[in-house]
Design a protein around this ligand. Structure first.
Ligand code: AMP
Length: 587
């Protein structure tokens, strides 16, 4: 498929996708067979007595469901350079990806190989083909807020970096972007620069230099796009000065970035004036992206799941430019493509590509005669709820997704909950629901990432009338006093009146509607929810902390709950608290 990319024929790609999704049961069987043929000789598969069998029935009977923790010793041996045997894959693994790890507090190692790269390109091209049908772009450039993570060698000499970094470094990626008529407007030195603040500054500058050629503004996750334009609000005058004088700001100190930027910069007072005029003419920066880049056709990035809270701000910056949600995947591998790009991000769906892995789904609720049998706590999943295959899922139901892929993961619990909302031919279209597992729980209460998100959204509305917003948020459980209580940390865009914050705090408390929480609150088995307001820039410090650990800004997700295993982040937050309120919602 990659060879075809010299010239991208979108219709041909759509046609291929249509064929691929006609009979997913067959494609899944063939894909599993291929995976097991390539890797049947591995220590891992041999251990479970698969004995060369490649059919789904034997596979499921022999191989257990696992999580990252179970595979960690194997992955660690690969990273340490153990070449005594084929451990997880027939072909040796030469690269390790670091997952963003923002949920666990530290990045995880996962294997990366050429097959994952191929599937990344397949998914990029598939969704691009559908996108281009709805929002055609001509020849131009993309303002992509992409950054590489620190790359290092593992003990065994394998290259390690975030999955996005591994992708950006590949020539396949560059060729694909070129073929899609939207190469990144920034030079490689900016993308791979060692300091993301400097890279961000230069991404913005490159975007402005090529302002009339920019067709797409994108990043992996919406957070990075919002972060970029929030930064623009602070530094736009400095950017104008650079453009006016043709001299790069002294804030950029990395010699390779300075050298690359000097080739692009030349004095352009007319452009500087134009940008200046546009910026001063905007009200609360509404429509900033469409003003700066009048030829932009859409804004592209993952806007679902934990990115949903940023899409409001993104819409504000976008003005009339459509927001298009990017595909669904993870460092472990891709899952589905957005083939309905016109759907607003909050309704985005992902059609599973049946040839990039073998997928199974654990039903998260029990149904009897179509009737839901109550909420089953996904962390204590009953194994009687047997996983079903890709062709066996039902519309309207929620599942935990299990992945088997070409990079050494077998029946791997990814940790995500998805909902089936329809089918494209015979492949399911999924909606991302949330990360599996509970975020906030003190006793019988059960609240997920999504529950917190909904509560923050409800309470955040009280700020809108004041033209204020929640910049970012997280939570923790405080059990240092009896009874324990929920703590929600908020960074807000400006000064908020005391009485509004009190109301927000009450609203947060009331918005956790889980019966366990409400019941516990009523009898004071859980104490009053506490809203802690943190100083402006606190979440920036949290981001910096993760980048220091090896995360890439491109893959950053604010952790929505900070537990004791994440004490540095908790400390950053607690050190920056400026005010705190306790709810009076339950008297
Ligand atoms: P990473 O740890 O950086 O590999 O991130 C992978 C995780 O990001 C997935 O397991 C999901 O929880 C989340 N994710 C990826 N794509 C999407 C999407 N389109 N919508 C919502 N969440 C996503």
């Amino acid at each position: 498929m990659l060879e075809k990319m010299d010239k991208f024929d979108a219709e041909e790609f759509i046609e291929e996708f249509e064929i691929l999704t006609k009979d997913v049961e067959r494609v899944q069987r063939e894909t599993l067979q291929k995976i097991l043929e390539e890797n049947g000789c591995t220590e891992y598969l041999q251990k479970w007595g698969l004995n060369g069998r490649t059919d789904p029935e034997s596979f499921k009977a022999c191989i257990p469901l696992v999580s990252h923790k179970d595979l960690e010793p194997y992955i660690q041996r690969i990273a340490d350079g153990d070449s005594s045997a084929a451990i997880l894959t027939g072909k040796p693994i030469t690269t390790i990806s670091l997952s963003s790890g923002t949920t666990q507090g530290k990045p995880k190692f996962v294997p990366f190989n050429d097959e994952l790269l191929d599937s990344t390109m397949q998914i990029f091209k598939t969704s691009f083909a559908f996108r281009n049908r709805e929002f055609p772009i001509g020849n131009g450039k993309a303002l992509q807020f992409i950054y590489s993570s620190k790359q290092f060698k593992t003990k065994g000499g394998l290259a390690a970096g975030t999955a996005t970094t591994n992708v950006y470094r590949s020539s396949h990626f560059k060729n694909t972007m070129k073929a899609m008529q939207s190469p990144c407007c920034s030079p490689d030195e900016v993308i791979f620069g060692p300091d993301f603040h400097q890279s961000l500054y230069c991404h913005l500058l490159c975007g402005l230099i090529y302002w009339d050629q920019i067709q797409v503004v994108s990043s992996t996750f919406a957070h990075s796009i919002v972060h970029a334009f929030r930064t623009f609000e602070q530094i736009w005058e400095e950017l104008c000065t650079d453009i006016r004088d043709g001299v790069l700001s002294s804030r950029v100190t990395v010699p390779s970035i300075r050298a690359a930027m000097s080739k692009l910069l030349e004095p352009n007072p007319e452009l500087a004036d134009m940008i200046y005029e546009k910026c001063v003419g905007l009200s609360y920066w509404y429509g900033l992206i469409s003003e700066l880049f009048p030829n932009v056709k859409y804004i592209y990035g993952i806007m679902t799941g934990s990115m949903e809270p940023y899409s409001r701000k993104l819409r504000h910056y976008a003005g009339e430019v459509p927001l298009v949600c990017a595909d669904y995947g993870s460092s472990e591998g891709w899952i589905g493509a957005n083939v309905n790009p016109k759907l607003p991000p909050e309704f985005a769906t992902f059609a599973v590509l049946p040839n990039i892995g073998y997928f199974e789904f654990i039903p998260l609720r029990e149904y009897v005669d179509g009737q839901e049998q109550g909420k089953i706590d996904s962390t204590f999943l009953s194994m009687e709820l047997k996983p079903v295959g890709l062709s066996e899922v039902s519309v309207g139901k929620e599942y935990e997704i299990i992945v088997t892929n070409f990079a050494g993961l077998y029946r791997y619990r990814l940790g995500d909950v998805v909902k089936v909302v329809g089918f494209h031919n015979s492949t399911p279209e999924l909606q991302f629901v949330c990360r599996r597992g509970l975020l906030l729980s003190i006793n019988i209460d059960k609240n997920t990432e999504r529950d917190l998100q909904l509560a923050v959204e409800a309470a955040g509305k009280l700020l809108w009338e004041e033209k204020l917003e929640v910049v970012d948020f997280t939570s923790s459980v405080d059990v240092s006093t009896e009874p324990g209580h929920y703590v929600v940390f908020w960074e807000v865009s400006g000064e908020v009146k005391e009485e509004i914050l009190k109301e927000c705090c009450n609203c947060l408390d009331r918005s956790f509607v889980d019966a366990g929480y409400v019941g516990s609150r009523k009898v004071n088995a859980i104490g009053a929810l506490e809203l802690r307001l943190v100083r402006k820039g606190t979440f920036h410090k949290v981001l910096d902390h993760y980048v220091g650990l090896g995360s890439a800004v491109s893959q950053f997700k604010t952790p929505r709950c900070v537990g004791p295993n994440n004490s540095t982040v908790l400390q950053i937050l607690c050190n920056n608290v400026v005010k705190s309120y306790f709810s009076t919602a339950f008297g």
